[in-house]
Design a protein around this ligand. Structure first.
Ligand SMILES: [Zn+2]
Length: 198
């Protein structure tokens, strides 16, 4: 085999390998695990300030950390104000952790706030910053300031993880999909799209 032929074959092989890799990453980003088909009838507020928009960096069933989980990850810098997506009473919270990252050792190190809604479901707000909870007891109104986002616990980047659950466990159907009012109308939110709170 001549030198020229060798390099031609090598570059073709490389090109094929790179194409497979790019395609693999693309397919991985589009694939999801199973998640609940149940959709809540309530219309939620986006959990951030009016007139601002945030990108969904992981949607329902996402393979990174939403396996069988109907949760949404909103990209946002640490310290972004969070507002109740639905009113209720403060059920539980944690706000004294101060570390996070994409490693298993951080799995139980997230600060969070759980709001119990009047139908018995729970609104879960995760990865808040240290001392980032404004309301620690009593009730909150829909749209009320409840705390500040962060990057505590198991996370690749600063974001808010939001989910609504009918039971506080990790069964697929403990979760429920939620419609939000956005500047586009009433909709379920999709991975890779950004949404503005009207
Ligand atoms: Zn998440």
């Amino acid at each position: 085999m001549t030198n020229k032929k060798f390099w031609k074959r090598t570059s073709v092989t490389l090109l094929i390998l790179i194409s497979i890799l790019v395609l693999g990453v693309y397919i991985f980003s589009k694939l999801t695990s199973l998640y609940t088909k149940n959709i809540d009838s309530y219309i939620y507020n986006l959990p951030f300030e009016k007139g601002t928009k945030h990108l969904i960096v992981q949607g329902y069933g996402g393979l990174f950390s939403h396996k069988n989980t109907a949760a949404l990850d909103f990209e946002m810098p640490i310290g972004t104000a969070l507002f109740a997506a639905r009113g209720g009473s403060i059920y539980s919270f944690k706000d004294d952790y101060n570390e996070g990252g994409p490693f298993a050792k951080y799995k139980n190190k997230a600060n969070y706030i759980i709001v119990k809604h009047d139908d018995g479901s729970f609104g879960c707000y995760w990865h808040l910053k240290k001392d980032g909870i404004v309301t620690k007891n009593g009730t909150v109104e829909k749209g009320q300031l409840i705390g500040y986002s962060g990057a505590t616990g198991f996370t690749l980047q600063p974001h808010l993880h939001f989910s609504v659950k009918r039971k506080l466990n990790y069964d697929k159907d403990a979760f429920v999909q939620t419609n939000f009012i956005t500047t586009n109308g009433i909709e379920l939110l999709q991975n890779g799209e950004d949404y503005e709170r009207p």
